[in-house]
Design a protein around this ligand. Structure first.
Ligand SMILES: Nc1ncnc2c1ncn2[C@@H]1O[C@H](COP(=O)(O)OP(=O)(O)OP(=O)(O)O)[C@@H](O)[C@H]1O
Ligand SMILES: [Mg+2]
Length: 301
């Protein structure tokens, strides 16, 4: 496990390059899909607040990494840095060996959810089609095969029966399946998921989790999955990156989700409790500006 790191201090060697037990690629020599080295982000417009620093992370093909941390700890900002949308204040991020730049077609992105306005004119299939390489960047594409690919993806994410509906009339769970389909359209090497389960009922949480997990199992995608609740994905996660108060912790769920470890990370008493097969974290200090994440916020890992 990587020790908690603060300020410019490094994160230690730990197991940050450990291969996934589920990796379909096998062997230990393949280079990581995502490589983060000494990354730091200070918000010049936030009074110089440092979100995180000294961040080292290797994610290999087929690996499933959960990113946890309180609201405002910089989880979305980390994903935006990987997408090349947010400049680091130090360090480097590489995707398949190349420095991260915006518009990388090898990355699929499921942004933090905002419902489509009710009067959105796009149909469900148009949302998925936006994930086709080229469409995203406004370039015309040859039409051949495109319709079939979109149909196949609609079926893959369980959205075939509402493919022609206006997206604004769909439920949150239905819309979310389309966002997932859009992100998977080009079979990305790296899949960035920003709270893809928020506001979904249990059935949709399980459905969306299974679709994402299938990408790493069947297609070898490396998955970075931001969540406020570890429980729906606990059985699938290889490692957890836990960010809090400018510090972070990297390790297996068993290593990170411990009373002693999180107390150390937060610098305040935090308790990890087991309720049946669920993990509950109690006593998380409100160190970051609070945003509403629904009834479960603050009650789960
Ligand atoms: N464009 C921006 N300009 C200035 N500050 C920003 C900007 N975007 C985010 N921030 C600030 O950076 C910090 C980290 O934001 P970020 O969205 O990465 O947090 P998060 O961990 O994803 O939180 P949440 O769990 O609420 O989604 C917050 O304090 C936020 O207010
Ligand atoms: Mg966020």
């Amino acid at each position: 496990m990587t020790a908690p790191a603060a300020g410019a201090g490094g994160s230690g060697s730990g197991d940050s390059s450990a291969r996934s037990a589920h990796s379909p690629a096998g062997g230990g020599s393949a280079s990581p899909v995502l490589q983060v080295r000494g990354a730091a982000l200070t918000r010049p417009d936030g009074g110089g607040r440092e979100l995180w620093s000294g961040l080292d992370l290797d994610v290999h093909a087929g690996e499933f990494i959960a990113v946890l941390g309180p609201s405002g700890s910089g989880k979305t900002t980390l994903l935006r840095s990987i997408l090349g949308l947010q400049e680091l204040s130090a360090g480097e991020i590489r995707i398949e060996g190349a420095v991260a730049t915006r518009g990388n077609p090898r990355i699929g992105y499921i942004p933090q959810q905002r419902p489509y306005p009710a009067d959105t004119a796009m149909r469900a299939r148009d949302v998925v089609a936006l994930g086709l390489q080229g469409r995203r960047f406004g370039l015309p594409l040859p039409q051949r095969g495109q319709h079939e690919r979109v149909d196949a993806m609609l079926a893959e994410v369980g959205a075939a029966h509402y493919g022609d509906r206006r997206v604004g009339t769909l439920s949150g769970g239905e819309q979310q399946r389309l966002r997932v389909g859009q992100a998977l359209m080009d079979r990305p090497a790296l899949l960035l998921c920003d709270e893809p389960l928020s506001n979904l009922d249990l059935a949709n949480q399980q459905g969306v989790t299974e679709i994402i997990d299938r990408q790493r199992r069947d297609h070898g995608a490396a998955v970075l999955f931001v969540t406020h609740d570890i429980n729906p994905i606990l059985g699938r996660v290889d490692r957890i990156l836990y960010i809090a108060g400018g510090r972070f912790m990297l390790g297996t769920p068993d290593e990170v989700l411990q009373t002693r470890v999180l107390t150390d990370l937060y610098g305040a008493p935090v308790f990890v409790l087991r309720a049946g097969d669920r993990l509950i974290v109690v006593g998380v200090p409100d160190v970051e500006p609070h945003h509403d994440h629904g009834p479960e916020h603050g009650s789960v890992a």
